[in-house]
Design a protein around this ligand. Sequence first.
Ligand SMILES: Cc1ncc(COP(=O)(O)O)c(C=O)c1O
Length: 385
Amino acid sequence: MIKRVYLDNAATTKVDERVLKAMRPFFLEKFGNASSQHILGQETGMVLEESRGIIARSIKARPDEIFFTGSGTESNNWAIKGIGLENLASGKNHIVTTKIEHDCILNSCGWMGEQGFNMTYLDVDEEGFVNPEEVRKAITEKTILVSIIHGNNEIGTIQDIEKIGEICRACGVYFHIDACQSYTKVPIDVRKQNLDLVTLNAHKINGPKGVGALYVRRGTKIAPLIHGGKQESGMRSGTENIPGIVGFAKAVKISGSRDIRKMTRLRDKLIYEISKIPHSKLNGPRGDKRLCNNVNFSFEAIEGEAIGAYLDVNKICSSTGSACSSRSLAPSHVLKALGLSPLNLNSSMRLSLSKDNTDEEIDYVIKTLRKIIFKLRKISPFKLK
Ligand SMILES: Cc1ncc(COP(=O)(O)O)c(C=O)c1O
């Protein structure tokens, strides 16, 4: 008996029981401020550094290169604004990014534009890939930063960050990736991939909401965004969210290749079966260049909002696009960048998996979705051949 199928894990995930258990003592017994001198403070101070070490090892960074923040949004804002403002005096005022970034990058870049920075928004191909050669061509002597989303939150495209990293390093430009969706799903090696800044967060990987981190390569010139009591080596003030950080580290520790294999199998089952529905179109690539938990389809001439509403009635949580913009009826900027036809643009549905989804749930979703699409096609004013 299906109770509810949650397939909106790209928006957020359920906190894993083991994560919750690890966090609990830090609310009730070990609640000291990590900056306090007394024993409770020392205890949380130690746990803070252990957690930093876990995050650092997971991306092959040094612990002193990891700074905890309050979210992926904050880390992305910090990367863009902190690099831009700190390096402005050197005469560099140009930032390169793409048209398929998360809103927190696009809106940070928009704000930087208002402050006098110049932006380049790179196009992507029909599967959402950035051409590394286009990155090279966009870099000028004024460029300070290239910022690229690693795994796309809407269509799951995984970019060739190793190649782009090589280009940025050769041109002497900082390279930032937004890894909120790819973290623990796609290997990140900051040295091998020439990464200077990496945005991470906890709530996409069965950790708590409201915790993020920014990896900043040693020696990178970046201004702090939040000033105060000089926590996080003076780079991000504010009392550290110890329960959240402990939960973040635990979520990283329990993530593993078995979960990735399971999500990949369920993803491919969904893609295979949904592709059989007439006039359905997979958005984003197939195979290992797609996030293991992402499925995104357009169903020509059917409103994505209607599909979502019918799925919801049938106890299936899905999304039309990114969670942050799904309340808006404007077509997704990511799908627009792929060059989708108008009939496909507003007809998208995203299903995003977690390690907890089952075959039974996926079979139910396929069966239910098929019925919904046939029903909506019957009442659609567009008659397709
Ligand atoms: C790619 C990407 N970047 C950034 C964010 C923002 O992260 P947070 O929700 O932690 O602010 C998200 C979450 O929706 C995301 O998917």
